[in-house]
Design a protein around this ligand. Structure first.
Ligand SMILES: [Ca+2]
Ligand SMILES: [Ca+2]
Length: 238
């Protein structure tokens, strides 16, 4: 029983770590990159890579956020967009898909790719209005975001994207010239690890799980220590 609880706690803490539990894979021309200091138009450019950036993780929303797409389907025209919202009180993770061709001259560059995430997608921002409205809440601290009127997805230039039926993957084809294409992906976030561990301890206690005294008798005092915060969490020293 003790080992089951330790494994359960360890597994949940592992999955809760932002660096380990977020984007599970990317493909096509998409690549996860460190977010640069500036993602406004004609600054962070590539003709071969669609950048995917981590933005803020585990944000508890103080107000409702508007999104442009939250239904699993193909979006290829403005008529496909459906106004939706992520409610205040929701804890979310945010990622930014960014594609800006080199230079600002004429001619299009078209790339496709996908991003898979480990938590359910709650919605996408693809219009300049909703992207800009969420920059200060979900954007990476210290990064400058553009305010140009074409920073989102432009269906009239041939952009399209799709949310998978399991809400874990977005694929996209982006065709850009001269402005950047951006998609903000908002997913659910798991609670903070400490919250989960304490919750499990509380549940185990209510369910008659092993008490600290029992664990100490089983493994001996020298192999156990008291966690000052949880007060009932004991674990073996490595
Ligand atoms: Ca450019
Ligand atoms: Ca475009």
């Amino acid at each position: 029983m003790l080992m089951k609880i330790i494994l359960l706690c360890t597994g949940i803490v592992f999955l809760s770590h932002p660096a380990l539990a977020a984007i599970t894979s990317v493909g096509g021309s998409a690549a996860v990159l460190p977010i640069p200091p500036n993602v406004s138009s004609n600054v962070f450019e590539s003709n071969t890579t669609i950048a995917v950036f981590y933005e803020r993780q585990g944000v508890l929303l103080n107000s409702t956020l508007q999104v442009d797409a939250n239904t699993p389907r193909l979006y290829s025209s403005n008529a496909d967009l459906s106004a939706g919202a992520v409610s205040a009180g929701t804890r979310v993770n945010s990622y930014l898909v960014h594609f800006d061709k080199v230079g600002s001259g004429p001619g299009f560059v078209t790339l496709s790719g996908f991003v898979a995430v480990d938590q359910p997608i709650l919605g996408l921002m693809v219009t300049p209005t909703n992207l800009s409205a969420s920059d200060s809440i979900l954007g990476a601290p210290g990064t400058v975001y553009g305010t140009d009127a074409n920073r989102g997805v432009d269906f009239n230039t041939g952009d399209s994207f799709q949310i998978s039926s399991d809400f874990r993957l977005v694929n996209f084809t982006l065709r850009t010239s001269p402005d950047e294409d951006q998609i903000r992906i908002v997913t659910a976030a798991v609670p903070e690890p400490a919250t989960i561990v304490y919750l499990i301890i509380a549940v185990a206690g209510f369910a008659g799980g092993p008490t600290a005294a029992r664990w100490q008798r089983r493994f001996g005092r020298k192999h156990c220590r008291r966690d000052a915060a949880a007060r009932v969490l004991w674990r073996r020293r490595s």
